[in-house]
Design a protein around this ligand. Structure first.
Ligand SMILES: [Zn+2]
Ligand SMILES: [Zn+2]
Length: 352
């Protein structure tokens, strides 16, 4: 049975990673068992977040559904029967407000250190586009900073590497943690060498031994024609780089400025066009403004107000295809106002 993780978190399918994270925090807070919340619901929320919170797992889920994660996502914090269905609880994502909770279970700190051996964090930037830029595509220069391996020491934290004495080169240490469920033995990343198994004798002065530094990023991105408000572009491995060299992704979240006259719906455009009474009665050929320029539209005689005409392929390009949406024109008829006596008489004589 496939579960709808999006509805569990109460977000829509286009939600950004940041929105998912926010929704998770809010829900987790609400159903937090430590505060008398519903534990079953809390586990469900956590399971959903284990998948949707990670961009790679999320795209797998979008393709294959929750069946791809049967039994919940594999987690680091095994052995806690109360939360066995939940997989690993990501305390990093819960943030400080759950400080007390993670202390009880004794792996708040451990989970933070473990995350350093995973790939770097995904980053998100927002970009604002004009209506036509979104319609026809545009090239944008992107500027931001990300964490990357220190260039001076190649991420080693220094030179003259020696085997770490704390973990004997294993990169991991076993720790016995006291929890309310008793003593639990946990493996965590060596705090001394940050899991590398080696430590420099000469500590790098640029990164003070962390092996990480901030990198200025600047490059051009082609925004595809037809992108819509709220959609994101994923740039693989442009996110933060972890100390092991594995990079997260960068997401560009797109906001599109509304158009003054056009209403966009996906690849379709709607607009209103006023014609006068005579044009409606006798028919005419009018110019309609579209994103492709002026297009002739034949108004048949006897056209009623609120009639909709379709201009085929005059909408926006459909993303990932070479076709275009349509432009719909809603016809409104201007009723003459402020007529003089002679004009009124003439209309009355016509007896329409
Ligand atoms: Zn070590
Ligand atoms: Zn360095």
């Amino acid at each position: 049975m496939s579960k709808d993780y999006y509805s569990v978190l109460g977000v829509n399918k286009n939600a950004s990673q940041e929105e998912i994270k926010k929704a998770f925090r809010k829900k987790a807070h609400e159903y937090h068992p430590d505060k008398g919340g519903d534990e079953k619901k809390f586990n469900e929320i956590n399971e959903a977040y284990q998948v949707l919170g990670k961009a790679d797992k999320r795209s797998q889920y979008d393709q294959f559904g929750s069946a791809a994660f049967s039994g919940g996502a594999p987690g680091q914090g095994q052995g806690f029967s109360g939360f066995s269905g939940a997989g690993g609880i990501d305390f990093d994502d819960l943030g400080d407000m759950f400080g007390g909770f993670s202390d009880i279970f004794g792996f708040g700190g451990g989970s933070k250190k473990q995350s350093q051996t995973k790939r770097g964090r995904d980053l998100e930037l927002s970009i604002n586009l004009e209506f036509n830029e979104a319609a026809f595509g545009v090239e944008r220069e992107i500027n931001y900073q990300r964490q990357n391996q220190c260039k001076t020491c190649d991420g080693q934290g220094g030179s003259d590497m020696k085997t770490c004495s704390t973990c004997k080169g294993q990169g991991k240490v076993m720790q016995v943690q006291r929890t309310i469920l008793g003593n639990v033995q946990m493996q965590s990343t060596c705090p001394d060498c940050k899991g590398r198994g080696q430590k420099p004798s000469n500590v790098c002065s640029d990164c003070r031994g962390s092996g990480l530094s901030l990198e200025k990023m600047k490059f051009k991105v082609k925004i595809p024609a037809g992108i819509d408000d709220g959609e994101s572009i994923r740039l693989a491995q442009r996110g933060e780089v972890a100390s092991n060299g594995q990079a997260g992704d960068l997401y560009l979240r797109v906001s599109v400025k509304p158009h003054k006259e056009f209403v966009r719906q996906g690849s379709e455009i709607k607009s209103e066009q006023f014609i006068n009474f005579t044009q409606a009665a006798t028919g005419d050929k009018i110019d309609v403004k579209t994103i492709h320029g002026l297009v002739k539209l034949k108004i048949p005689e006897g056209t009623k107000s609120d009639t909709v005409f379709r201009l085929k392929n005059k909408g926006l390009p459909r993303i990932d295809s070479h076709s275009f949406g349509d432009h719909y024109v809603l016809i409104k008829i201007k009723v003459p106002k402020g007529l003089n006596r002679k004009q009124k008489k003439a209309l009355e004589d016509l007896n329409l």
